[in-house]
Design a protein around this ligand. Structure first.
Ligand code: AMP
Length: 113
């Protein structure tokens, strides 16, 4: 998608601070961290949001969750972390490319919202 900021990060036309990359996914530090460690994990295929996950693209999502233990180990999050996905307007999704926030590096608030 030509106007998608995360597609531009994936194709390298916008720089990012990468944590992990393979043929299917990219993980990079969030520009405006909301925790001591705040990383985004995105599929390299443009999927607009969690509501658009289906049989044709679920492999990307499964791959993200398969790799999260490796990514969080690299981030020294052995004591735990939170995975967040914002979907749609009520979920306050600001970038319309599916992404999972990994938040950690401290004891997080028990309140989810
Ligand atoms: P969401 O509100 O769930 O759509 O999250 C989008 C996230 O993308 C926010 O936490 C932003 O800080 C982050 N973000 C936006 N642009 C960039 C960028 N160029 N590099 C890294 N993170 C970004």
């Amino acid at each position: 998608m030509s106007d998608c900021i995360f597609c531009k990060i994936i194709d390298g036309s916008i720089p990012s601070n990468k944590v992990y990359e393979d043929e299917k996914i990219l993980a990079f530090y969030d520009l405006e961290p909301q925790a001591p460690v705040h990383v985004l994990v995105v599929p390299k295929q443009h999927i607009c949001c969690a509501n658009a996950i289906d049989e044709s693209n679920v492999d990307y999502v499964a791959h993200i969750f398969t790799k999260i233990p490796e990514i969080t180990k690299k981030l020294n999050l052995e004591n735990g972390y939170r995975i967040v996905n914002n979907c749609g307007d009520d979920g306050c999704q600001s970038v319309k490319h599916l992404h999972f926030h990994i938040l950690g590096g401290k004891k997080l608030d028990s309140q989810m919202c």
